[in-house]
Write a protein that binds this ligand. Structure first.
Ligand SMILES: [Zn+2]
Length: 94
């Protein structure tokens, strides 16, 4: 219940946005942001997502449209284990 309540306090109409998770986009195309599940519980850790043409060590890469961070959309979904969801138009969608 704590997570839902924090999300409600965090943004308009209960939404959480990428912008709220201290996002960074490196020159090499690596997107980093705080985990939207664990961070509100006080266990902040980062999630890294390589945006095409960048790839991670598994050769995986995410397609992206829009502008970082406010209108960014990623394809496919992001599975970080503790959080599996989408980033759509800069919004965190679980
Ligand atoms: Zn997490």
């Amino acid at each position: 219940m704590g997570v839902d309540r924090l999300w409600m306090e965090n943004g308009e109409e209960g939404s959480m946005r990428l912008r709220d998770l201290n996002p960074k986009l490196s020159d090499t195309g690596m997107l980093r942001f705080y985990c939207p599940v664990c961070t509100p519980k006080g266990d902040a850790h980062g999630i890294r997502v390589p945006l095409a043409p960048a790839v991670d060590r598994h050769g995986q890469s995410w397609q992206h449209t829009g502008e970082f961070p406010d209108t960014l959309t990623l394809t496919p979904s992001v599975d970080a284990g503790c959080w599996h969801g989408h980033i759509v138009n800069g919004e965190i969608v679980s």
